[in-house]
Design a binder for this molecule. Structure first.
Ligand SMILES: *Cc1c(COP(=O)(O)O)cnc(C)c1O
Length: 368
Protein backbone atom coordinates (compact mmCIF):
# COMPACT_ATOMS: atom_id res chain seq x y z
CA UNK A 1 0.00 0.00 0.00
CA UNK A 2 1.41 3.40 -1.02
CA UNK A 3 0.96 5.96 1.73
CA UNK A 4 1.49 9.63 0.89
CA UNK A 5 2.89 12.07 3.41
CA UNK A 6 -0.22 14.26 3.06
CA UNK A 7 -3.27 13.78 0.84
CA UNK A 8 -4.65 17.15 -0.22
CA UNK A 9 -6.73 15.55 -2.94
CA UNK A 10 -8.74 13.45 -0.47
CA UNK A 11 -9.56 16.62 1.45
CA UNK A 12 -10.60 18.50 -1.70
CA UNK A 13 -12.91 15.64 -2.71
CA UNK A 14 -14.62 15.76 0.68
CA UNK A 15 -15.62 19.45 0.18
CA UNK A 16 -15.44 19.80 -3.60
CA UNK A 17 -18.89 21.33 -4.23
CA UNK A 18 -18.40 24.07 -1.65
CA UNK A 19 -14.88 24.88 -2.85
CA UNK A 20 -15.85 24.99 -6.52
CA UNK A 21 -18.82 27.26 -5.75
CA UNK A 22 -16.62 29.56 -3.65
CA UNK A 23 -14.04 29.89 -6.43
CA UNK A 24 -16.71 30.58 -9.07
CA UNK A 25 -18.32 33.29 -7.00
CA UNK A 26 -15.02 35.17 -6.66
CA UNK A 27 -14.50 34.97 -10.42
CA UNK A 28 -18.12 36.02 -11.16
CA UNK A 29 -17.67 39.03 -8.87
CA UNK A 30 -14.11 39.71 -10.14
CA UNK A 31 -13.25 40.22 -6.51
CA UNK A 32 -9.64 39.18 -7.02
CA UNK A 33 -7.67 41.58 -4.81
CA UNK A 34 -9.17 42.80 -1.55
CA UNK A 35 -12.96 42.85 -1.55
CA UNK A 36 -15.61 41.07 0.44
CA UNK A 37 -14.15 37.55 0.49
CA UNK A 38 -10.89 38.76 2.01
CA UNK A 39 -12.74 40.91 4.55
CA UNK A 40 -15.05 38.02 5.46
CA UNK A 41 -12.20 35.58 6.01
CA UNK A 42 -10.20 38.11 8.04
CA UNK A 43 -13.20 38.64 10.33
CA UNK A 44 -13.90 34.92 10.66
CA UNK A 45 -10.30 34.02 11.45
CA UNK A 46 -9.97 36.87 13.98
CA UNK A 47 -13.15 35.62 15.70
CA UNK A 48 -11.84 32.04 15.61
CA UNK A 49 -8.61 33.10 17.34
CA UNK A 50 -10.32 35.51 19.71
CA UNK A 51 -8.31 38.54 18.56
CA UNK A 52 -9.42 41.95 17.35
CA UNK A 53 -7.64 42.08 14.00
CA UNK A 54 -6.53 39.72 11.27
CA UNK A 55 -4.72 41.07 8.21
CA UNK A 56 -4.38 38.79 5.19
CA UNK A 57 -1.02 38.86 3.37
CA UNK A 58 0.74 36.97 0.60
CA UNK A 59 2.39 34.18 2.62
CA UNK A 60 3.65 33.24 6.08
CA UNK A 61 7.17 34.59 5.56
CA UNK A 62 5.82 38.00 4.52
CA UNK A 63 3.46 37.86 7.50
CA UNK A 64 6.46 37.65 9.85
CA UNK A 65 8.49 40.31 8.03
CA UNK A 66 5.52 42.70 7.84
CA UNK A 67 4.62 42.17 11.50
CA UNK A 68 8.25 42.99 12.37
CA UNK A 69 8.13 46.09 10.13
CA UNK A 70 4.98 47.17 11.94
CA UNK A 71 6.56 46.64 15.36
CA UNK A 72 9.70 48.41 14.10
CA UNK A 73 13.33 47.30 14.20
CA UNK A 74 16.43 49.47 13.94
CA UNK A 75 19.59 48.26 12.18
CA UNK A 76 21.50 45.97 14.53
CA UNK A 77 18.43 45.06 16.60
CA UNK A 78 18.45 41.40 17.56
CA UNK A 79 15.49 39.04 17.60
CA UNK A 80 15.71 35.60 19.19
CA UNK A 81 14.43 32.75 16.99
CA UNK A 82 14.62 28.96 17.36
CA UNK A 83 17.64 27.15 15.92
CA UNK A 84 15.26 24.42 14.70
CA UNK A 85 12.56 25.85 12.50
CA UNK A 86 11.85 26.60 8.87
CA UNK A 87 14.20 29.28 7.52
CA UNK A 88 11.26 31.69 7.04
CA UNK A 89 11.28 32.56 10.76
CA UNK A 90 14.89 33.76 10.69
CA UNK A 91 14.76 35.17 7.16
CA UNK A 92 11.92 37.52 8.13
CA UNK A 93 14.07 39.12 10.84
CA UNK A 94 16.77 39.91 8.27
CA UNK A 95 14.13 41.12 5.76
CA UNK A 96 12.81 43.54 8.40
CA UNK A 97 16.30 44.95 9.00
CA UNK A 98 17.19 43.03 12.16
CA UNK A 99 19.55 40.22 13.10
CA UNK A 100 18.29 36.73 13.97
CA UNK A 101 19.90 35.20 17.07
CA UNK A 102 19.35 31.50 17.56
CA UNK A 103 18.14 29.73 20.69
CA UNK A 104 18.34 25.97 21.20
CA UNK A 105 15.25 23.79 21.60
CA UNK A 106 13.91 21.66 24.42
CA UNK A 107 14.45 17.94 23.66
CA UNK A 108 10.91 16.98 24.71
CA UNK A 109 8.73 19.73 23.18
CA UNK A 110 11.17 20.80 20.41
CA UNK A 111 10.31 24.43 21.13
CA UNK A 112 12.39 27.21 22.65
CA UNK A 113 12.03 27.73 26.40
CA UNK A 114 12.72 30.67 28.75
CA UNK A 115 16.04 28.98 29.66
CA UNK A 116 17.28 28.62 26.07
CA UNK A 117 16.06 32.12 25.17
CA UNK A 118 17.76 33.76 28.17
CA UNK A 119 21.13 32.51 26.92
CA UNK A 120 20.56 34.29 23.60
CA UNK A 121 19.50 37.64 25.07
CA UNK A 122 22.01 40.55 24.81
CA UNK A 123 21.63 44.31 25.34
CA UNK A 124 20.67 44.55 21.63
CA UNK A 125 17.75 42.12 21.86
CA UNK A 126 14.37 43.63 20.96
CA UNK A 127 12.10 40.62 20.68
CA UNK A 128 11.48 36.89 20.74
CA UNK A 129 9.79 34.79 18.04
CA UNK A 130 8.67 31.44 19.45
CA UNK A 131 7.59 28.87 16.85
CA UNK A 132 4.80 26.47 17.82
CA UNK A 133 6.71 23.74 16.06
CA UNK A 134 4.90 20.79 14.49
CA UNK A 135 1.61 22.09 15.95
CA UNK A 136 2.81 21.95 19.56
CA UNK A 137 2.63 25.13 21.62
CA UNK A 138 5.83 26.78 22.80
CA UNK A 139 5.53 27.62 26.55
CA UNK A 140 4.04 30.92 25.57
CA UNK A 141 2.87 31.97 29.04
CA UNK A 142 6.40 31.71 30.47
CA UNK A 143 7.92 33.29 27.36
CA UNK A 144 5.51 36.21 27.63
CA UNK A 145 6.52 36.69 31.24
CA UNK A 146 10.20 36.68 30.25
CA UNK A 147 9.53 39.13 27.40
CA UNK A 148 7.68 41.50 29.75
CA UNK A 149 10.40 41.27 32.38
CA UNK A 150 13.08 42.12 29.81
CA UNK A 151 11.04 44.73 27.89
CA UNK A 152 10.97 42.68 24.67
CA UNK A 153 8.18 42.03 22.19
CA UNK A 154 6.82 38.54 21.64
CA UNK A 155 5.79 37.65 18.09
CA UNK A 156 4.29 34.16 17.71
CA UNK A 157 5.15 32.23 14.54
CA UNK A 158 1.99 30.12 14.37
CA UNK A 159 2.52 28.87 10.80
CA UNK A 160 2.16 25.27 12.01
CA UNK A 161 -0.32 25.93 14.80
CA UNK A 162 -3.82 26.78 13.50
CA UNK A 163 -6.30 25.94 16.24
CA UNK A 164 -3.82 25.06 19.02
CA UNK A 165 -5.22 25.94 22.42
CA UNK A 166 -3.01 26.96 25.32
CA UNK A 167 -4.53 27.32 28.78
CA UNK A 168 -7.59 29.55 28.31
CA UNK A 169 -6.73 30.98 24.88
CA UNK A 170 -5.86 30.10 21.31
CA UNK A 171 -2.30 30.17 20.11
CA UNK A 172 -2.02 33.34 18.07
CA UNK A 173 -3.56 35.54 20.75
CA UNK A 174 -0.66 35.70 23.23
CA UNK A 175 2.02 37.90 21.67
CA UNK A 176 2.12 41.49 20.49
CA UNK A 177 1.11 39.81 17.22
CA UNK A 178 1.08 36.34 15.69
CA UNK A 179 1.56 35.14 12.13
CA UNK A 180 0.06 32.25 10.20
CA UNK A 181 0.88 30.61 6.87
CA UNK A 182 -1.83 29.17 4.62
CA UNK A 183 0.62 27.26 2.43
CA UNK A 184 -1.40 24.32 1.00
CA UNK A 185 0.15 21.69 3.28
CA UNK A 186 -0.48 23.62 6.51
CA UNK A 187 -3.41 22.58 8.76
CA UNK A 188 -5.48 25.42 7.29
CA UNK A 189 -4.14 25.55 3.77
CA UNK A 190 -5.13 27.62 0.74
CA UNK A 191 -4.81 26.46 -2.89
CA UNK A 192 -1.77 28.65 -3.40
CA UNK A 193 0.24 30.94 -1.13
CA UNK A 194 -1.36 32.92 1.69
CA UNK A 195 -0.75 34.14 5.22
CA UNK A 196 -2.02 36.50 7.88
CA UNK A 197 -1.12 38.52 10.94
CA UNK A 198 -3.31 38.49 14.06
CA UNK A 199 -3.14 41.15 16.76
CA UNK A 200 -5.17 42.89 19.45
CA UNK A 201 -3.22 46.12 18.96
CA UNK A 202 -5.37 48.36 16.74
CA UNK A 203 -2.63 50.87 16.00
CA UNK A 204 -0.21 48.09 15.01
CA UNK A 205 -2.95 46.47 12.87
CA UNK A 206 -3.36 49.70 10.88
CA UNK A 207 0.40 50.03 10.31
CA UNK A 208 0.61 46.40 9.23
CA UNK A 209 -2.31 46.76 6.84
CA UNK A 210 -0.72 49.83 5.32
CA UNK A 211 2.72 48.24 5.09
CA UNK A 212 1.28 45.22 3.22
CA UNK A 213 -0.41 47.56 0.74
CA UNK A 214 2.26 50.08 -0.33
CA UNK A 215 2.04 52.19 2.81
CA UNK A 216 -1.46 53.41 2.11
CA UNK A 217 -5.07 53.21 3.21
CA UNK A 218 -6.56 55.22 0.34
CA UNK A 219 -5.70 54.62 -3.29
CA UNK A 220 -2.75 56.95 -3.99
CA UNK A 221 -2.25 58.43 -0.56
CA UNK A 222 1.02 56.68 0.36
CA UNK A 223 2.16 57.68 3.84
CA UNK A 224 5.35 55.59 3.71
CA UNK A 225 6.96 52.94 1.53
CA UNK A 226 5.62 49.47 2.13
CA UNK A 227 5.35 46.44 -0.08
CA UNK A 228 2.77 44.47 -2.02
CA UNK A 229 1.75 41.38 -0.07
CA UNK A 230 -1.96 40.59 -0.13
CA UNK A 231 -4.19 37.60 0.39
CA UNK A 232 -6.21 37.24 -2.82
CA UNK A 233 -9.96 36.76 -3.09
CA UNK A 234 -9.88 33.20 -4.37
CA UNK A 235 -7.61 32.04 -1.53
CA UNK A 236 -9.72 33.88 1.05
CA UNK A 237 -12.96 32.28 -0.23
CA UNK A 238 -11.32 28.82 -0.09
CA UNK A 239 -10.04 29.48 3.43
CA UNK A 240 -13.52 30.55 4.60
CA UNK A 241 -14.90 27.21 3.45
CA UNK A 242 -12.05 25.26 5.05
CA UNK A 243 -12.10 27.16 8.36
CA UNK A 244 -15.49 25.61 9.18
CA UNK A 245 -13.88 22.16 9.08
CA UNK A 246 -10.65 23.01 10.87
CA UNK A 247 -11.64 21.84 14.36
CA UNK A 248 -13.04 18.60 12.97
CA UNK A 249 -9.84 18.00 10.98
CA UNK A 250 -7.79 18.75 14.09
CA UNK A 251 -9.71 16.10 16.05
CA UNK A 252 -9.03 13.61 13.26
CA UNK A 253 -5.32 14.46 13.30
CA UNK A 254 -5.30 13.95 17.08
CA UNK A 255 -6.96 10.57 16.68
CA UNK A 256 -4.33 9.51 14.12
CA UNK A 257 -1.58 10.77 16.44
CA UNK A 258 -2.98 8.91 19.42
CA UNK A 259 -3.14 5.71 17.41
CA UNK A 260 0.48 6.14 16.32
CA UNK A 261 1.58 6.76 19.89
CA UNK A 262 -0.21 3.62 21.11
CA UNK A 263 1.12 1.41 18.31
CA UNK A 264 4.69 2.69 18.63
CA UNK A 265 4.90 2.28 22.40
CA UNK A 266 7.85 0.21 23.53
CA UNK A 267 9.88 0.69 20.35
CA UNK A 268 13.33 2.30 20.49
CA UNK A 269 12.11 5.75 19.47
CA UNK A 270 10.65 8.90 21.02
CA UNK A 271 7.03 9.82 20.25
CA UNK A 272 5.76 13.43 20.45
CA UNK A 273 4.75 15.15 23.70
CA UNK A 274 2.27 17.92 24.31
CA UNK A 275 3.39 21.10 26.07
CA UNK A 276 1.62 21.13 29.48
CA UNK A 277 -1.67 23.08 29.34
CA UNK A 278 -1.92 22.91 25.54
CA UNK A 279 -3.57 20.86 22.80
CA UNK A 280 -1.25 19.74 20.00
CA UNK A 281 -2.77 19.91 16.49
CA UNK A 282 -0.24 17.52 14.91
CA UNK A 283 0.64 19.53 11.84
CA UNK A 284 3.42 16.94 11.84
CA UNK A 285 3.81 13.70 13.78
CA UNK A 286 7.53 13.68 14.50
CA UNK A 287 9.40 10.78 16.07
CA UNK A 288 13.08 10.69 16.97
CA UNK A 289 15.27 7.63 16.44
CA UNK A 290 18.73 6.29 15.56
CA UNK A 291 19.63 5.41 11.94
CA UNK A 292 17.01 7.86 10.72
CA UNK A 293 18.19 8.04 7.10
CA UNK A 294 18.35 4.26 6.75
CA UNK A 295 14.86 3.83 8.24
CA UNK A 296 13.50 6.56 5.97
CA UNK A 297 14.96 4.77 2.95
CA UNK A 298 13.47 1.39 3.95
CA UNK A 299 10.04 2.98 4.46
CA UNK A 300 10.31 4.68 1.09
CA UNK A 301 10.98 1.31 -0.57
CA UNK A 302 7.73 0.11 1.03
CA UNK A 303 5.86 3.02 -0.56
CA UNK A 304 5.64 5.08 2.62
CA UNK A 305 6.61 8.72 2.25
CA UNK A 306 8.07 10.41 5.31
CA UNK A 307 9.66 13.81 5.87
CA UNK A 308 12.47 15.41 7.86
CA UNK A 309 11.69 18.70 9.62
CA UNK A 310 14.41 19.85 9.43
CA UNK A 311 17.57 18.14 8.10
CA UNK A 312 19.84 20.98 9.31
CA UNK A 313 19.45 23.30 12.26
CA UNK A 314 19.43 26.86 10.88
CA UNK A 315 22.80 27.93 12.38
CA UNK A 316 24.44 24.99 10.54
CA UNK A 317 23.10 26.04 7.12
CA UNK A 318 25.30 27.69 4.49
CA UNK A 319 22.95 30.70 4.65
CA UNK A 320 24.10 31.40 8.24
CA UNK A 321 27.73 30.28 7.91
CA UNK A 322 28.84 33.91 8.29
CA UNK A 323 27.68 33.83 11.92
CA UNK A 324 30.43 31.31 12.67
CA UNK A 325 28.39 28.87 14.77
CA UNK A 326 29.41 25.28 15.49
CA UNK A 327 26.85 22.46 15.80
CA UNK A 328 27.85 22.11 19.50
CA UNK A 329 26.54 25.64 20.13
CA UNK A 330 23.01 24.25 19.68
CA UNK A 331 23.35 20.66 20.91
CA UNK A 332 19.68 19.64 20.88
CA UNK A 333 18.74 21.34 17.63
CA UNK A 334 21.80 19.83 15.93
CA UNK A 335 21.03 16.39 17.35
CA UNK A 336 17.35 16.61 16.37
CA UNK A 337 18.28 17.36 12.77
CA UNK A 338 19.95 13.92 12.59
CA UNK A 339 17.21 12.00 14.44
CA UNK A 340 13.77 13.43 13.61
CA UNK A 341 11.43 11.69 11.19
CA UNK A 342 7.95 12.94 10.28
CA UNK A 343 5.45 10.14 9.65
CA UNK A 344 2.50 10.57 7.27
CA UNK A 345 -0.41 12.38 8.91
CA UNK A 346 -3.55 14.02 7.51
CA UNK A 347 -7.15 14.15 8.75
CA UNK A 348 -8.42 11.64 6.16
CA UNK A 349 -5.79 9.02 7.10
CA UNK A 350 -7.37 5.63 7.86
CA UNK A 351 -6.67 3.27 10.75
CA UNK A 352 -5.42 0.78 8.22
CA UNK A 353 -2.93 3.29 6.82
CA UNK A 354 -1.63 4.10 10.31
CA UNK A 355 -1.26 0.39 11.06
CA UNK A 356 0.62 -0.17 7.80
CA UNK A 357 3.08 2.61 8.65
CA UNK A 358 3.63 1.20 12.15
CA UNK A 359 4.21 -2.35 10.89
CA UNK A 360 6.65 -1.12 8.24
CA UNK A 361 8.45 0.96 10.84
CA UNK A 362 8.81 -2.05 13.17
CA UNK A 363 10.26 -4.11 10.32
CA UNK A 364 12.59 -1.26 9.34
CA UNK A 365 13.84 -0.94 12.94
CA UNK A 366 14.70 -4.63 13.02
CA UNK A 367 16.65 -4.32 9.73
CA UNK A 368 18.46 -1.02 10.33
C1 LIG B 1 5.57 27.43 6.58
C2 LIG B 1 6.31 28.20 7.60
C3 LIG B 1 6.68 29.54 7.42
C4 LIG B 1 6.56 30.24 6.12
O1 LIG B 1 5.32 30.27 5.55
P1 LIG B 1 5.18 30.46 3.96
O2 LIG B 1 3.72 30.68 3.78
O3 LIG B 1 5.68 29.22 3.30
O4 LIG B 1 6.00 31.66 3.59
C5 LIG B 1 7.28 30.22 8.47
N1 LIG B 1 7.51 29.61 9.65
C6 LIG B 1 7.20 28.32 9.86
C7 LIG B 1 7.47 27.72 11.18
C8 LIG B 1 6.60 27.57 8.84
O5 LIG B 1 6.30 26.28 9.06
Amino acid sequence: MNIPFVDLKAQYHSIRDEIDAAISSVIEETSFIGGKHVKKFEEEFAAYLGVKHCIGVGNGTDALAIALRGIGLNPGDEVVVPANTFIGTAEAVTLAGGKPIFADCDPITYTITPETVEKAITPKTKGIIPVHLYGNAAPVGELKELAERKGLFLLEDAAQAHGVTYKEGKIGSFGRAATFSFYPGKNLGAYGDGGCIATNDSELATRIRMYANHGRIKKYDHEFEGTNSRLDGIQAAILSVKLKYLDDWTEKRRTVAQLYTEKLAGLPLATPSETPGSRHVYHLYVIRLQNRDKIKEILSQEGITTGVHYPEALPNLTAYKHLGHKPEDFPFASRCSKEVLSLPIFPEMTIEQVETVCEALKTALSKA
